[in-house]
Design a protein around this ligand. Structure first.
Ligand code: UTP
Length: 283
């Protein structure tokens, strides 16, 4: 049974300064919905309704977004503007939201370990909300991973083929294709140089992790960039044959970068924005 999803949102978002000086990058809107709301909707579509956030300093706007704003509700009650709150009301009513803080930015692996107290000894999804994903045929990327986890009981990472010159920005896997698009992972390297990369199959910000990952993370030493890397902990599981990688079906936009963010905004505006009610239909 998998029912929880972790959102590490403690990063500084330096690529988006000055916008992210006092505002979390996860609150940047794609049209009129913040990135993190799309991420939570994706988790809930996958059946994960218990949402845990690993936050940091300056991230309180995320907590407020997933809580009722009584003044605002009172102000627009009975007016046509109520419709604007429909999507977030639906999310709030259907999920539970808990928060913990990562006090020092020691990397994604450390952020996930910090989230252990919200997850307990259970499998969980992990979504990096700045990797904005639109699943093919209305099936979100997290739902695609959860389906594989339910069949296999193994950790699953979403992957995408990237140009060789970009491999150094990602964790990269090597593996054997066991079903179309599904790989048994036998090697993983965090941000390799182009010439050292085992392939061009890059891990994107969607994971399903089995609960033993927390114990492995506890003993994982800082790796690339002096940070505790989730890739290093996953490699430990992969050596036992317990990690799968799935070439997800859909599109991904790196909304931590200005280019990706602008592309995502244009794509959603052109394909999902309804001018009749000023709202984005469910992506
Ligand atoms: P990034 O590498 O995108 O870092 O982290 P960042 O700080 O958010 O952005 P830039 O590079 O400075 O612009 C990947 C994800 O891991 C989370 C971030 O919030 C982001 O979702 N993260 C990273 C943490 O929660 N804690 C960390 O210590 C590191």
């Amino acid at each position: 049974m998998i029912r929880k999803c972790l959102f590490p949102v403690a990063g500084y978002g330096t690529r988006f300064l000055p916008a992210t000086k006092s505002m979390p990058k996860e609150m940047l809107p794609i049209v009129n919905r913040p990135l993190v709301q799309y991420g939570v909707e994706e988790a809930m579509d996958a059946g994960l309704h218990e949402i845990g956030f690993v936050t940091g300093r300056g991230k309180r706007a995320i907590e407020d977004h997933f809580d009722t704003n009584y003044e605002l509700e009172h102000q627009i009650s009975g007016t046509s503007k109520e419709e604007y709150l429909q999507s977030i009301r639906h999310v709030i009513e259907n999920g539970s939201f808990s928060f913990t803080r990562q006090r020092e930015m020691k990397g994604l692996g450390h952020a996930i370990l910090t989230g252990e107290r919200l997850i307990g000894y259970e499998p969980c999804g992990v979504i990096l909300a700045d990797d904005f994903c639109i699943g093919e045929g209305g099936k979100g990327v997290m739902a695609q991973l959860v389906e594989i986890y339910r069949r296999t009981g193994k950790s699953v990472v979403a992957i995408e083929e990237v140009p060789d010159e970009d491999v150094s920005k990602f964790g990269v896997i090597a593996g054997e294709e066991i079903e179309p698009g599904l790989y048994q992972v036998n090697d993983m390297v965090e941000k390799p140089a182009k010439e050292d990369a085992p392939s061009n199959m890059a891990i994107i910000g969607r994971y399903v992790l089995t609960p033993d990952i927390f114990n492995i993370l506890r003993y994982t030493k800082p790796g690339k960039g002096g940070e505790i890397q989730i890739t290093d902990a996953l490699l430990e599981q992969a050596r036992r044959g317990d990690v799968l990688a799935y070439k997800f079906k859909g599109k991904r936009f790196d909304c931590g970068s200005v280019d990706g963010y602008v592309q995502a905004t244009n794509y959603v505006y052109e394909n999902f924005y309804c001018k009749d009610n000023d709202q984005v239909t469910h992506v």
